[in-house]
Design a protein around this ligand. Structure first.
Ligand code: ADP
Length: 645
């Protein structure tokens, strides 16, 4: 193990950890603040812990995992007993999954009593004990990564009932643990120690464990202060400081909660578009930070200047404004940094030379990077022409960073949607051009086939007539497919604007059109009450017509029994057409929505395999989804969703 005295760094097997404290925090048995208290003057910590407990269960719940972690990190582990017997401790270790026998045999673990350790000279002496620990660390580290020591401290009360020497020893030990490869957990039984000793224990340990929580000790007093004449004054300062810190922390938590709630309300507002949300979010940050101006800039890959895409109270706010921040200032610095960059007062720094300061007087600035996937997109910033008295706090930076992350997400989504739209448009254009251009030669084939039949039909023998019939049929099928493709490619481009559509009326119209088929097949079609929706009436009618047509066509040998219903599901309607027909194998249920894909030959059932592809495309245009649920011979249910009004 390499432990650096200045950084207190330990690299364990589980990856580099900055301290034993973090190692303990990373263990599931302990809870504690993940970060040291923000800006706290007592955030200093060495590897000297005190455990304050009231029951054996509580004691073992900390002491045993503490040792187990040491064994896992190849540290020499030492337990000094007094309250519990050696057997009790070993049994507890086994209960916590420690391979006790191997650890004892190898010498990595040993258990001692007070007479072999603190009280080996019969009296308890602070200096001697510190020397003893120092020597033990040295011996242990010849072979192991560190010495991990834990002791039941009540043994000391035999020789030092007032705890005076003990407290002296604990204060001194802090110097030792500051830079030695040792970690100690001093166990204090609250029921055995006088309260004033516990009070001093709290003062002399930088890290406390109580009720399974590991914490930086805000009441810790560095040894130099603990014994000085100013002890009481310092303690009062410390207590007042701790109270102040606690209140500040609470205020910060409340501020964060409020900010998160308010920003969530804005982003979740369905009526607002991106720019309106952005404006509201930036105003929220501006108000919280008490700043005038804000904006979003974009640095396109083809230009070395930033474009002010959105600004509040900065520049002339109208039209496109390009800006060229100098080297390493404002947005130029932000785009290079993963964390927000803040300047409470740019005066007297090289940012003063930048045109953003010279022309717009932006004296105080906080910016965060906006990404488009893995590519930097630009910056989101707030600022003011007035300097600020204080630097930006972590909380303030976090506010802007969170909004920046939301903008990044939106920018990426917008780009994805745009490129999908473009590729769809290109595909539609291609399908349209291809099908349109194919119509002409096909028309020629058909009319010449017609001509051949009219003029030379009588000259054909039986085979010749059959061949001709195949050719005519092929041309007919091709026309059907081309018409289908044309219709498919026009759904987006030739659709009508959305209006109010009564689904009941749509159904009546479709039933009129299918009248003949219904009578021929003796079909029975029933429906629940159907909703009113917003959409393209003609297209929705096409959807229902195709689905009912299929339900009749694929009914098998029994007469078609078809039912249509509509169910409300949160913000949408789910409309379903149930039939009692031949059903579809699950392996084919996705395929049937592909264009020209059919499960039947034309001899079995007529059709071009385009109906469901058209339906799905129309429903997608209405921001809905379409799917089928079916079992062979058990009938099918085709469902689609439409946004509710
Ligand atoms: P077409 O009906 O012209 O073949 P569709 O796209 O409407 O084209 O349907 C594709 C395939 O899905 C059909 O060929 C058929 O095999 C299957 N199918 C559609 N609707 C049903 C249904 N209600 N029951 C069983 N199979 C169906």
């Amino acid at each position: 193990m390499s432990k650096n005295a200045s950084t207190n760094e330990i690299s364990g097997e589980s990856g580099p950890l900055t301290s034993a404290f973090e190692a303990l925090q990373s263990s599931p048995e302990f809870r504690g603040p993940v970060e040291p208290l923000e800006d706290h003057e007592h955030a200093h910590a060495n590897d000297h812990f005190a455990l304050i407990y009231e029951s054996q269960e509580e004691q073992f719940a900390t002491a045993i995992p503490f040792l187990r972690q040491g064994l896992e990190r190849n540290e020499r582990c030492l337990y000094i007993t007094y309250e519990n017997s050696r057997e009790e401790i070993l049994e507890a270790m086994r209960d916590y999954g420690i391979d006790v026998d191997t650890a004892l045999r190898s010498g990595q673990l040993s258990i001692h009593d007070e007479e072999e350790t603190y009280l080996r000279n019969e009296t308890f002496d602070a200096d001697e004990t510190v020397d003893f620990i120092d020597a033990a660390i040295e011996e242990a580290t010849a072979e192991y990564e560190a010495l991990r020591l834990t002791g039941e401290m009540s043994s000391v009360l035999q020789e030092d009932p007032e705890g005076t020497e003990l407290v002296k020893c604990e204060a001194k030990a802090n110097y030792l643990f500051d830079d030695a490869d040792g970690i100690a957990l001093c166990q204090y039984n609250r029921n055995r120690f006088p309260s004033d000793v516990i009070h001093d224990v709290i003062s002399t340990h930088p890290l406390l464990i109580h009720d399974e929580r590991v914490s930086y000790n805000v009441y810790y007093t560095p040894p130099g202060e603990f014994f000085g004449p100013e002890k009481t004054t310092r303690e009062v300062d410390r207590q007042l400081g701790a109270l102040r810190d606690q209140t500040d922390t609470k205020v910060r938590v409340q501020q964060r909660e409020r900010f998160l709630r308010e920003s969530h309300e804005i982003t979740a507002e369905p009526e607002l578009d991106f720019e309106e949300k952005l404006g509201k979010l930036l105003n929220l940050v501006r108000e919280r930070l008490d700043l005038d101006a804000a904006g979003l800039t974009h640095l396109p890959s083809w230009n070395d200047k930033f474009l002010n895409e959105y600004t509040i109270r900065y520049g002339d706010e109208s039209g496109e404004v390009w800006t060229d921040p100098g080297e390493g200032c404002y947005c130029r610095e932000v785009i290079e940094s993963d964390e927000p960059v803040g300047m409470a007062d740019v005066r007297g720094t090289d940012w003063e030379d930048d045109e953003i300061y010279r022309e717009h007087g932006l004296t105080c600035y906080l910016g965060t990077k906006v990404m488009n996937g893995a590519t930097p997109y630009g910056t989101l910033w707030v600022g003011s022409t007035e300097p600020r008295d204080s630097e930006f706090t972590e909380t303030e930076r976090m506010f802007l960073k969170l909004i920046g992350q939301w903008v990044s997400y939106e920018v990426e989504r917008e780009e994805r949607e745009q490129s999908l739209k473009e590729s769809n448009e290109r595909l539609e254009q291609f399908a349209y051009a291809a099908s349109h251009d194919l119509q002409e030669p096909l028309r020629m084939v058909s009319s010449y086939l017609q001509l051949i039949e009219n003029r030379y039909g009588n000259a054909f023998d039986e085979d010749g007539e059959e061949f001709l019939a195949f050719a005519v049929d092929g041309a007919d099928r091709m026309r059907e497919m081309i018409d289908g493709l044309l219709a498919y490619s026009r759904i987006e481009t030739q659709g009508e604007p959305f209006e109010l559509v009564e689904f009941e009326t749509v159904l009546d119209d479709v039933l009129d059109d299918l009248q003949l088929q219904i009578e021929e097949t003796d079909a029975e079609i029933t429906a629940d009450e159907l909703p009113r929706v917003k959409g393209d009436g003609n297209q929705l009618r096409q959807v229902l017509q195709n689905l009912l047509d299929n339900a009749i066509t694929y009914s098998g040998s029994s007469s078609p029994r078809i039912h249509i219903d509509a169910k409300r599901r949160e913000q949408e309607w789910v409309i379903s057409v149930h039939d009692n027909g031949i059903g579809i194998e699950s392996a084919n249920q996705d395929r049937i929505f592909d264009i020209f894909d059919r499960l039947h030959t034309r001899d079995e059932c007529d059709g071009a395999g385009i109906g469901l592809a058209l339906c799905q495309r129309i429903i997608e245009r209405h921001d809905g989804e379409m799917w089928v649920e079916s079992e062979p011979d058990e009938g099918s249910t085709f469902s689609f969703t439409l946004p509710a009004m």
